[in-house]
Design a protein around this ligand. Structure first.
Ligand code: PFF
Length: 451
């Protein structure tokens, strides 16, 4: 029989878990990354591939990963060790946990820099730095990116905030932070969509960009990006949802909660797209202008609308919090492991992992300015880390998780955790055994030019 509780604690309720896991899923990926990669990859067709990946690959793997976490009840590395022992298979599966831990640190190192931009924008919004003029807004953004000191400063601040939440542990830290923030973020996004509607024809141009597919815009790289983003946005493939699952009380339905979480995540991303693209077109901006997209569009809306000052401040505050509830899940796997295996206190474990991640993040911050010429295959340090983690490590991790849950775990144990009706269970098993691994594999072959 599996453990019934983690040594790190447990969520206080099913609702608390849904909030925390939604907090992990909803973040910069939805509001910052989804719009700009959709813009770079031509819109509608990319969105369809991404939605297909969420449904056919993301949701089944989310169920598998959460189930493994709850069964193992430890950090992903130790959970995999325990589950491999239980299933009587090679202990090297624990390296899947290691890959996840490393991916989490790498992601957080650049995630925190971008969250730092959002933090800087809270202050800019507060001091009335936004205007209705797109060129002014662009200069504000360019000036921020060009300053290593500012980027490192905001990144440092964000890392301190992340680690101070993580230090407080499962209930005190992680759970509290999300309860108010998620609903407020949702409300303000609806407001922004309302504003986008006032742009008239541009609103429809935005909608058509997002939802009318033109498959000639899609190449194998775009498909890889869409698939990688499905993993990134749901927070899959690196043990984040596994470690959250390890704090999940028994008998909470993993399948149902996963559907809620994936649903909420998708809705937030689509709302962000609907809010942003009309502004892009209304102001003659380029949809493919890259990571600065939301920072160059939304401030125009705030500069224009009545009450824009208040909404601008609120929006960026909420974006920072959405980032925070994701960043804590990125670092939780390594913190839990340091506590379990190195006997560190939670506080020490948080400081240690935080400092390492911070140092890496400094090089990311510099890659936007002084080190921008320092490239590898034409990619800056930021681009490399993003590509390596979102497009490679997370899909590979997700693939291995699907294979482990579908082919290596004893189905009796899986069923014991999932408690799904037979029909639904068979559908999930089919997706996790065949569809998800095959899809990831085919996308990789396609990118390598083999098929
Ligand atoms: N899902 C988060 C976002 O969309 O911003 C980022 C993230 C969290 C990625 C947790 C990976 C992860 F394990």
């Amino acid at each position: 029989m599996a453990n019934t509780k983690s040594i790190h604690g447990e969520w206080s309720s099913r609702f608390a878990y849904i909030l925390a896991a939604t907090g992990s899923a909803v973040g910069l990926g939805n509001i910052w990354k989804f719009p700009y990669i959709t813009g770079e990859n031509g819109g509608g067709a990319f969105v369809i591939v991404y939605l297909g990946c969420v449904i056919a690959i993301g949701i089944p793997i989310m169920i598998a990963e959460t189930m493994m976490g709850r069964r193992g009840r430890q950090s992903p590395i130790n959970t995999l060790k325990t589950l491999a022992t239980e299933a009587n298979v090679n202990k090297n599966w624990k390296y899947l946990g290691w890959m996840g831990v490393i991916a989490g640190i790498l992601i957080l190192s650049y995630y925190s820099v971008i969250a730092g931009w959002a933090t800087a924008y809270v202050v800019k919004a507060f001091f009335g730095g936004f205007s209705a003029d797109a060129t002014v807004i662009k200069t504000v953004f360019d000036d921020l990116i060009a300053s290593p000191v500012q980027l490192v400063f905001w990144h440092t601040l964000f890392m301190i905030a992340t680690m101070s939440v993580v230090m407080r542990g499962v209930r005190g830290g992680l759970e509290r932070a999300v309860q108010l923030l998620m609903p407020s973020l949702f409300a303000i996004l609806i407001l922004l969509v309302g504003y986008a509607m006032t742009t008239g024809e541009y609103y429809f141009q935005g909608l058509s960009f997002l939802f009318s597919p033109d498959f000639s815009e899609i190449d194998s790289d775009a498909v890889l990006t869409a698939m990688g983003h499905a993993f990134f946005t749901l927070g899959l493939g690196m043990g984040a949802i596994m470690v959250y699952g390890s704090y999940l009380p028994s008998h909470v339905s993993i399948a149902k909660t996963s559907l809620y979480i994936a649903g909420a995540d998708t809705v937030v991303a689509l709302l962000a797209g609907i809010a942003i693209f009309p502004l892009v077109f209304a102001n003659g901006l380029e949809p493919g202008s890259g990571p600065g997209l939301i920072f160059q569009t939304l401030p125009i809306a705030f500069g224009n609308m009545t009450g824009g000052w208040l909404f601008g401040v609120l929006f960026f505050v909420l974006l920072v919090f959405a980032a925070l509830t994701s960043s804590i899940s990125l670092i939780e796997p390594v913190v839990a492991w340091l506590v379990e295996n190195r006997g560190l206190s939670r506080v020490k474990a948080s400081v240690l992992s935080g400092v390492v991640t911070w140092a890496l993040g400094v090089s990311v911050a510099l890659s936007f300015n002084v080190w921008s010429d320092f490239t590898f295959f034409d990619k800056t340090i930021f681009d490399c880390l993003d590509y390596l983690t979102a497009n490679l490590m997370l899909p590979i991790g997700g693939f291995a998780i699907a294979v482990f849950a579908g082919w290596f775990m004893q189905q009796k144990h899986v069923q014991e955790e999932l408690e799904m009706p037979d029909g639904q269970y068979m559908v999930w098993l089919f997706l996790v055994c065949y569809v998800a691994p095959a899809a990831v594999f085919l996308v990789f072959l396609h990118v390598l030019g083999i098929f």
